[in-house]
Design a protein around this ligand. Structure first.
Ligand code: BGC
Length: 930
């Protein structure tokens, strides 16, 4: 590659990770190219991908615009490193520069030029910097001198009952088994003429890094939550501007996090290790070409004000123990202890390729009041995941206790809705003298209410705020209708999504904070509609692959914690389940559909095949007890049915669990449905494999899975479906699943549909679907000519229903529809589980009528529900190609529909009396409504 950029175009290559500004050049004719992404991120740093994918968006005032050609040029230090030449292609997402392989630790400038069908052209610049791409760290692991955390699992036999009942929250405990956070100082000299400086670092535990007292990036919980022994992310920081010639110091605080802290449903410690440590290289590049690396092994450590900090239990901070200036150069660390070198494998290291967790919102309290029990309570007005920040004037040595909870008891008093060992969600702050502020650093809670004890004097609203955490993702979907309750429902879904996308997709932000695979399997399409979740889910899938067992089984929880493994083996004799393991196919497929991301299918294809082989083995070679008594035909079809093993089934069927929050009732939903749900989901995954294989051009595989699907279908129908459309397991959800997966003969389909609707009617017009069926419920009704029933469920306000929650004060989605009973009684469920929020996607595409006809919205279908009973609705989505929107309103017997289609896409419009193919641009349609 030759060529140098002209002087006027040369730009300072000094790289700033916070650089958000783009350099777009507007062509006088109006074509603009915007929003350059590299691996789905804007100007990323520390990218550990050698063939990055680029994406950009075209904007134009004209209609019917599509890209006719593009050219990508990549520059390294102003030298041309790659040039695709002008390529006559319309691809503007997931584009690679063929033949280009990025070098490690290198900054690249990207220049994209596009041409459109109106003869216009536009350019855009951006940048990215690679991470280590396999270059080993100079440093080894360094561990502060510390007492190891006692391993609560050691010698422990777990059984299901031990988990849900022990509520320590009301007991006084001394937290003697908790360890203080470690403070590490790494002092060093910077010579004259520093050109650039980067920190590459990770930890066992979670860390915060300071450069001369300043954090280079206010991210939370680095290195985040991964299957540490197999995947450990390091982070890259540009710290050039924070260093100066002479004395400098790096400060690091280390806390237990997911490594040694108490996590998961059982609250056990030491899932990965019992000591915190760090791995850190700080690379200094000088103008004269010389280089130097400062390492974590040069550090010295001490303990400080954080007496302990646990992700689940909370943090205890003694301001009286603060060490003034510990992370600044002139501090005397004479009595600090040198860190120890430690040996750990390094093969698990990889650059973080997903957005960090950050504060995404800060809220003021809605109210501070005294409860009937005379206690001080803060109401944030919103169930969320995050922490409180408090500001107070106080004498030294007063302990302020902050206990977090999601609901008040029906008596208006504090109510601990999260039971279990190590689930306190309590922060303790011991004051110093004077004016002070405090917020915990290494924990977060699921809460709306905070009981405060020990506060000196009266708390004013200004003294408290709540920081809301989530992995940083762009909000890409908007939704509003003439019915405020639906708007609130969609808003509640957003809140549960943000609370459960803290580093990984989780079930809930308080009790478990765990990567339950079934929850995201059901919720992924809505997640992808609400926020730009491609990099986030791509990164989580690396853990799914890493934690997949040799047998092909995909664990129910990823990262797969030791405690869960023991707990599940003791309780269920298995670590996987239908619907949960199927996330390995469904999640990448949802990402592909929403964003056109083909690579996520390629990367995970092997894991998907392994999962299918695992199920095939279970179906073919493992049989129910009665098997031996069956005739050959029955045996033969049984070999296509996954009719053994434990499964969570259609988890949490309302009629079984309502009013009964105990674990046994939950398990009953599993036992009642698992036999039918598991073979049905086998068919679902076979069907999805046909689609995935076709996208990847694997025609033979597609045929293989098609044939497998047909076999499962035949076997399922013969085994379970009666000619009158019923099944022995007579649950709404099972009919929904059978109808969705085509597991019903054509002639029986109408009967089964009628039966399902009859069941809904008999159930006071309410749904009775669990985790694995609710995601298909509305589609199944619409696809089978029962839109009226779908809408009656949507507008239903009796329990269980979506609007029941809204009308009963929900600000998030609940784990159980009846978590607040009709009589106002609250229960010990989680009030922040996104799964039942999977109706969000249906509302976008059905009410707003914004549908993807081709993956990534390369082609859209616009078919709003003008007859759904609302008088107006509007939805928009920032698709990979740009903003798509539908806004409709009923006025005087007519519907006015405004449509916006992004450049480089087309749409099919389906309105009453109108069938039209349109190109990009803004349109208004007016139709008569009877
Ligand atoms: C979690 C769920 C999860 C389930 C498995 C629960 O404890 O919170 O959301 O999927 O267990 O059935």
């Amino acid at each position: 590659m030759r060529g140098r950029r002209s002087k006027s175009r040369q730009r300072e290559m000094a790289y700033n990770s916070n650089l958000k500004e783009e350099h777009t050049m507007r062509n006088i004719n109006g074509l603009t190219v915007k929003k350059l992404t590299v691996e789905h991120m804007t100007n990323p740093i520390g990218l550990d991908v050698s063939e990055p994918r680029f994406g950009w968006k075209l904007e134009s005032g004209k209609k019917n615009v599509h890209q006719t050609a593009y050219q990508i040029r990549l520059y390294k230090e102003n030298e041309l490193a790659a040039d695709t030449g002008k390529l006559d292609r319309d691809t503007s997402i997931e584009v690679t520069a063929e033949g280009f392989r990025a070098e490690p630790k290198t900054a690249y400038q990207v220049e994209v030029t596009v041409w459109d069908n109106h003869g216009e052209t536009a350019s855009l610049e951006g940048c990215f910097e690679t991470g280590r791409l396999g270059v080993p760290f100079v440093s080894g692991w360094a561990e502060p001198e510390q007492e190891p955390t006692p391993d609560s699992l050691a010698g422990k036999e777990m059984d299901c009952d031990s988990v849900s009942v022990n509520a320590f929250a009301d007991q006084e405990r001394d937290f003697a088994e908790f360890r203080p956070a470690q403070y590490v100082r790494i002092p060093f000299e910077v010579k004259k003429g520093l050109k650039k400086a980067r920190i590459y670092m990770t930890a066992h535990g979670i860390y915060q890094v300071y450069v001369n007292g300043t954090r280079p990036d206010a991210r939370e919980f680095a290195p985040e939550n991964t299957s540490y022994h197999k995947v450990l992310q390091y982070q890259t920081y540009d710290v050039t501007s924070l260093l100066s010639e002479g004395k400098n110091v790096l400060g690091v605080i280390l806390a237990d996090g997911w490594w040694a802290g108490r996590v998961g449903v059982s609250g056990d410690s030491c899932q990965y290790g019992n000591k915190t440590g760090l791995l850190l290289d700080c690379d200094l590049d000088y103008m004269d070409g010389s280089k130097e690396t400062i390492t974590g092994e040069q550090g010295k450590s001490s303990t400080g004000p954080i007496l302990f900090s646990d992700l689940f239990v909370g943090e205890k901070y003694d301001a009286g123990k603060e060490i003034r200036g510990w992370n600044t150069p002139d501090f005397d660390d004479g009595d600090w202890i040198p860190v120890h070198q430690a040996e750990y494998p390094m093969e698990n290291l990889t650059g973080q390729c997903a957005p960090p967790v950050r504060v995404i919102k800060t809220l003021e309290p809605a109210e501070i009041f005294t409860t009937p029990a005379g206690e001080t309570m803060i109401d944030m007005g919103q169930v969320m995941a995050g922490v409180l920040e408090i500001e107070l004037d106080a004498p030294a040595g007063i302990q302020v206790k902050l206990e977090h909870s999601e609901v008040l008891g029906d008596d208006g008093n504090y109510f601990n809705n999260i039971l279990g060992t190590n689930k306190e969600q309590t922060d303790f702050y011991i004051t110093k003298e004077g004016h002070q502020t405090y917020r915990p650093s290494f924990t977060y809670h699921g809460f709306r209410y905070v009981r405060v004890t020990g506060w000196p004097g009266r708390i004013s609203k200004h003294a408290v705020k709540a920081h809301v955490f989530s992995s940083e993702m762009e909000d890409i979907g908007t939704f509003h209708t003439s019915d405020e309750r639906l708007n609130k429902l969609q808003e509640n879904i957003w809140w549960s999504q943000t609370a459960n996308t803290i580093s990984i997709p989780t079930d809930c932000p308080q009790r478990e904070k765990a990567g339950w695979t079934g929850d995201i399997m059901a919720y992924a399409p809505t997640m992808c509609f609400n926020r730009k979740a491609d990099a986030f889910l791509t990164s989580w899938m690396a853990n799914v692959r890493a934690d997949q067992l040799d047998s092909g089984a995909v664990p129910d929880i990823v990262p797969f914690l030791k405690a869960y493994e023991i707990f599940m083996m003791a309780g269920q004799g298995s670590v996987t389940s239908c619907g949960w393991g199927d996330a390995v196919i469904a999640v990448p497929y949802a990402v592909y559909q929403a964003y056109g991301d083909r690579r996520i299918l390629e990367e995970n294809y092997g894991a998907m095949e392994k999962w299918m082989d695992y199920i095939a083995d279970r179906a073919t070679n493992h049989h129910p007890e009665a098997y031996e008594s069956w005739d050959e035909e029955h045996k033969a079809r049984s070999r296509y049915l996954w009719n053994t093993d434990f499964h969570f089934g259609d988890w949490l069927i309302p009629s079984i669990v309502l009013g009964n929050p105990d674990g046994a009732a939950m398990m009953q939903t599993a036992l009642a449905t698992m036999e039918t749900v598991a073979p049905a989901y086998y068919a679902f995954s076979a069907m999805n494999m046909v689609k995935v294989a076709n996208v990847l051009g694997r025609t033979e595989d597609a045929q293989k899975y098609e044939a497998l699907y047909e076999k499962i279908r035949d076997a399922f129908i013969k085994e379970y479906v009666h000619t009158d459309g019923t099944m022995d397991a007579d649950f709404q959800g099972l009919y929904v699943i059978a109808l969705k997966m085509g597991l019903v003969p054509d002639e029986v389909r109408p009967l089964m549909t009628e039966h399902l609707c009859e069941m809904i009617k008999k159930n006071r017009g309410c749904l009775d679907t669990g985790f694995l069926s609710v995601l298909f419920l509305m589609d199944v009704l619409c696809e089978n000519g029962k839109r009226d029933v779908a809408y009656s469920l949507l507008f239903q306000t009796r329990c269980p229903s979506w609007l029941y929650e809204v009308e009963h004060g929900a600000t998030t989605m609940w784990e159980s529809w009846g978590a607040v009973g009709e009589n106002g009684e609250v229960s010990t469920y989680s009030y922040n589980h996104y799964t039942f929020g999977c109706v969000g996607e249906w509302m976008y595409k059905e009410i707003g009528g914004l549908q993807m006809a081709e993956a990534g919205y390369k082609k859209l279908r616009i078919a709003p529900a003008l007859d759904c009973g609302l008088t107006s609705a509007g939805v928009s989505e920032e698709t990979p190609y740009g903003k798509a929107a539908v806004d409709w309103e009923l006025l005087d017997g007519r519907a006015i529909v405004h449509v916006e289609i992004p450049a480089n896409t087309t749409a099919e419009v389906a309105l009453p009396g109108i069938r039209e193919e349109i190109g990009s641009g803004r349109y208004t349609f007016t139709v008569d409504i009877k």
